[in-house]
Design a protein around this ligand. Structure first.
Ligand code: WTA
Length: 651
């Protein structure tokens, strides 16, 4: 292994290529040596309370905790007795010194308009919007839905909720009005904050109109606040709907942060599971904030003069943790961009990096695959020399894409951190440390301090090197989810019943002889489309809700850009399917769930392959969708002729 990134060793076997961090990077890093990492990891494993108690000194508390960790998984509580406020930690504490004039958010809209909020500007706006929420009757513990474009008001609204102890539930702007209604109702939201619209590929995404449609079905929602972003036409319902800018004029900028219990809920974020409706993952204040604060420092190695850009939408956990709470708690400068990467052309991201001298860039494999497809000429047009660190999240990154990222974007200079984590884990769990880890393309490498993963069989037996199994966590960590909102039984069943004594959230993995982790993907019926989790079951239920559909089975298949594409096998109640019906079903799914669930293939079948006990044989369908010869055992298949029929129907 070399000690310099530019002298990385390449062998013919992909798996043995390693890339050691440049010595200059290690010398400056927060965690800079293997010894330091080993000592931290061991200390945290042997004495979690001692370790995390020490880490918690990095946050500002109104009252110190009495007990660091109480209880066992799944019923753990962290920093019991402590009083804290996330908005204080992300904003107020940076006003005490020279940071008050540092840029907190450098924002760029898709049309090219820009705004910079210094920490003291952010403080003023957060305080004012917290007062607006209070004026609308929002109290500590109430749920507020945020359905907004990527504009600074979204971060402001999050922190304003946190300031008064209201629980935010952010719904990604790509979801449909039906998805908004479901989530509003599940969370029993009292207030919705939205915008007239947002810009995406030059078109206006009409958010307020979607909220209006959803509210017919949402009895708990009393008030709607609307940011004027696009200037598009909206209907304002008197006494229900208010303009953000008008409300902001009616309040002062004085609003003390409420000292909240460590375990006070901070937010709910809905994510897909293999069965039933979306799960409202609930995170609490102190543990989540500690996890995101420390991992931002360890993994992104945030420094005073960094300009940090995470390209996720705040509507996903990556945006919550690594656009808002983690970096802001560290007093970082965060770049935020509203729109699409290929608007007005495929060079937009590289233009932004050059323009703001971005030093840390965090994106997703699906985006990287799109960049590769668009061609090297786009990044080559821009000066990317400000970059010093690259990150990836959302799905396994193919070694080929990793190499491209390393060469073309990182110019063989920047370490890559491939970060494995989940909505449920709150913060990064397994990742290289950029100043320590010799990375291997495609591996998320080693667990962070305080994280104790294992690869096991269904009955909890640890597996040896290169034996594939279930990825579990053997010890609790501060930023883990505490419950599924309104359904604690489902929480226990989903994450803690599969493997005795462990947290399990659905991924298969192996570790190699060096202890590096290789995530192999989901083992449940969850698709990973463009790095976003979608339940096959939800798409199936949506299809079956269509009047012409009798039965549907949805499976993923390899997709060049999206990672996984969505293939729907559909049997009709009567008659034959045609192209018009295919188009109708695609629209139906888009309308019910949102554009991200758009099926890539609809295949009509006279019947679906089932076992004798009536279970749809999905693995078989996966092979068919991928155009693979099936190696599956078909001896349990009820009617073999169905298979021949499905294959002959292939497009
Ligand atoms: C997958 C996103 C491999 C994994 C933060 C996980 C990954 C799911 C990686 C969580 C990675 C995320 N390598 N797989 N670096 N990061 N995943 O909740 O299957 O949207 O369970 O959180 O994405 O997706 P979620």
């Amino acid at each position: 292994m070399s000690s310099s990134g530019s002298q990385s060793i390449q062998s013919v076997l992909k798996e043995t290529r390693t890339f050691a961090p440049p010595a200059t990077f290690s010398a400056e890093a927060h965690i800079g040596s293997q010894q330091q990492y080993d000592a931290m990891w061991k200390r945290a494993k042997d004495d979690p309370a001692g370790f995390w108690g020490e880490m918690a000194e990095n946050l500002d508390w109104f009252r110190r905790w009495d007990t660091v960790l109480q209880g066992q998984m799944p019923e753990t509580q962290w920093f019991v007795g402590g009083k804290i406020n996330a908005s204080y930690n992300c904003v107020d504490r940076h006003l005490l010194g020279p940071h008050r004039n540092k840029a907190a958010i450098i924002w760029e809209g898709e049309p090219g308009d820009t705004r910079v909020l210094r920490y003291q500007d952010l403080h003023r706006e957060v305080c004012k919007f917290a007062n607006v929420l209070k004026k609308l009757g929002v109290q500590t513990g109430d749920r507020v839905t945020l359905y907004m474009p990527m504009i600074p008001e979204l971060t402001i609204a999050m922190l304003a909720c946190a300031r008064i102890g209201a629980v935010h539930s952010i719904i990604f702007g790509g979801f449909s009005s039906e998805a908004v209604a479901d989530r509003n109702n599940d969370a029993r939201a009292r207030v919705v904050v939205t915008a007239d619209g947002g810009w995406r590929r030059g078109k206006e995404v009409p958010l307020k109109a979607a909220v209006d449609t959803s509210l017919d079905k949402c009895p708990t929602v009393e008030k709607v606040v609307v940011v004027r972003r696009t200037g598009g036409e909206v209907d304002m319902v008197p006494d229900r709907d208010f303009w953000w800018h008008e409300l902001m004029e009616s309040v002062t900028a004085d609003c003390d942060p409420v000292p909240l219990d460590s375990e006070h809920p901070l937010f709910i974020l809905y994510t897909s599971g293999s069965t039933g409706k979306p799960k409202g993952v609930l995170h609490t204040t102190a543990g989540y904030l500690l996890g995101t604060t420390m991992t931002s420092r360890w993994v992104f190695d945030l420094k005073e003069d960094d300009t940090y850009w995470c390209t996720a939408d705040i509507g996903w956990i990556t945006g919550h943790s690594y656009i808002c709470y983690g970096p802001l708690s560290n007093g970082a400068t965060v770049v935020m961009y509203e729109g699409a990467p290929n608007w007005p052309d495929e060079g937009r991201f590289w233009e932004i990096i050059e323009k703001y001298r971005v030093s840390i860039f965090y994106t997703a494999p699906t985006a990287i695959r799109a960049f590769i497809k668009w061609g090297d000429q786009w990044p080559e047009k821009h000066d990317l020399s400000s970059l010093r660190l690259l990150g990836s999240v959302g799905e396994p990154i193919n070694p080929e894409a990793w190499m491209w990222y390393h060469k073309v974007i990182g110019q063989e200079r920047c370490p890559i951190v491939d970060t494995w984590w989940q909505t449920e884990t709150g913060s990064i769990m397994i990742s290289p440390l950029p100043g320590v880890t010799a990375t291997k393309p495609g591996s998320c490498c080693r667990p962070l301090p305080g994280i104790v993963p294992d690869i096991v069989t269904r009955d909890g037996q640890s597996l040896g090197p290169n034996e594939g199994g279930l990825l579990v966590m053997r010890q609790p960590w501060p930023s883990m989810l505490r419950t599924l909102y309104g359904d604690h039984e489902r929480f226990k069943k989903t994450y803690f019943s599969e493997v005795p004594g462990c947290y399990f959230a659905g991924d298969g993995a192996r570790h190699d002889e060096d202890g590096y982790l290789w995530v192999m993907g989901r083992v449940d019926d969850v698709l990973n489309v463009s790095g976003h989790r979608l339940s096959t079951m939800e798409v199936e239920s949506t299809l079956v809700a269509h009047s012409k559909v009798a039965e549907a089975a949805v499976v993923g298949f390899p997709h060049e850009i999206k990672g996984e594409g969505i293939c729907c096998f559909v049997t009709l109640k009567s008659g034959e399917g045609d192209e018009a019906l295919k188009a109708e079903l695609v629209q139906h799914v888009r309308h019910s769930i949102g554009a991200l669930a758009t099926p890539d293939q609809i295949r009509f079948a006279t019947a679906l392959p089932k076992t004798r006990s009536g279970k749809i044989m999905r693995r078989l369908l996966r092979d068919i969708a991928a155009g693979r010869e099936s190696t599956q055992d078909t001896t349990t298949l009820e009617d073999l002729s169905i298979l021949a029929k499905l294959r002959s129907d292939e497009e």
